[in-house]
Design a protein around this ligand. Structure first.
Ligand code: GUN
Length: 293
């Protein structure tokens, strides 16, 4: 059984990004920059944002964080985003989700200029990914999983791929990534799927992004398959686990991502890839090769 080590793979990509950014600075260009908007005090969101900013600084991406109170109005948040849209020194804007319930998330995502939409959540970028028209931005978790599979030479051509979870952040864009050029056959399962196991058992590659500890057990996976666990669940004892029962499944799989240390670091590194990608486009350079599928 092969452990897909997101920490190792992300280290290599981070080193490449660091060298690339050094080269821009040597040529007299400014650093790429990322603005992160955090609304409220959600502890998990705070940790994710901190990690994103720390990793940015490590590779030479300038990061700013706009901390806004939980009580902020939709109009005020929109106005903050518009300021960042108009700031020529900002390449990427990320609004950490989830947002408080009084704010319409869709409206916020639509406010971000698609050329600064580092998450790839804007309908224009989703549409580019779905149609293959133009150069868009691929959402960070699907891109990270793609880069991980590429690193380990895991080919998707002709494979049966099952994705559990149909969110806008992971499941849906992941299906579009694998569907590109009709490479693989995709099944997307979700909370209304009748018989989950009947689908997951057929998967050559299984991607699980639900947020339920131990949802996937060994009877649900195909012998010799590749299992990608996107879940990050904090148990009562403080331990972080994924959606896959790792110990139970690991010996049946050919390859599996651990939690933590699997998809998580790849998501962060993809955010930085996308930041440098948007920086390059802003400067009239070609798209970043790592940001393409
Ligand atoms: N919350 C959980 N995952 C993500 C993500 O990839 N981007 C943003 N903006 N918020 C998130």
């Amino acid at each position: 059984m092969l452990i897909l080590d997101g920490r190792e793979v992300s280290k290599k990509i981070l080193e490449d990004l660091k060298q690339e950014i050094k080269e821009y600075e040597r040529k007299g260009f400014r650093k790429p920059s990322l603005a992160v908007i955090l609304v409220g005090e959600d502890p998990a969101s705070k940790i994710y944002v901190k990690r994103k900013r720390e990793t940015s600084e490590k590779v030479g991406i300038h990061s700013i964080c706009v901390n806004l109170p939980e009580s902020i109005s939709e109009e005020e948040l929109i106005s903050e985003i518009k300021n960042l849209n108009d700031d020529d020194n900002i390449d990427g804007i990320l609004v950490q989700l989830p947002l408080p319930s009084h704010i319409n998330t869709g409206k916020i995502i639509e406010t971000i200029n698609p050329s600064k939409d580092v998450d790839g959540f804007h309908p224009e970028n989703v549409g580019r990914l779905a149609t293959g028209i133009g150069k868009g931005v691929i959402p960070c978790t699907p891109l990270g999983i793609w880069l991980m599979l590429k690193h380990y030479n895991i080919d998707i051509f002709g494979k049966d791929i099952v994705i559990v979870g149909a969110s806008n952040i992971v499941g849906k864009p992941m299906s579009l990534v694998f569907l590109k050029d009709e490479k693989a056959t995709i099944t997307v399962c979700h909370k209304n799927t009748k018989d989950l196991k009947s689908h997951t058992q057929k998967a050559d590659i299984l991607v699980v992004a639900v947020g339920k500890p131990k949802l996937i057990t060994d009877d649900m996976v195909k012998e010799g398959s590749v299992v990608i666990d996107v879940g990050i669940n904090r148990l009562e004892n403080g331990k972080i686990v994924g959606d896959v029962d790792f110990e139970n499944v690991k010996n049946k799989a050919f390859a599996i991502t651990p939690v933590p240390g699997g998809v998580g670091p790849m998501t962060v590194v993809s955010l930085l890839v996308n930041t440098v990608h948007l920086y390059r486009l802003r400067h009239g350079f070609p798209p970043h090769p790592f940001a393409q599928i």
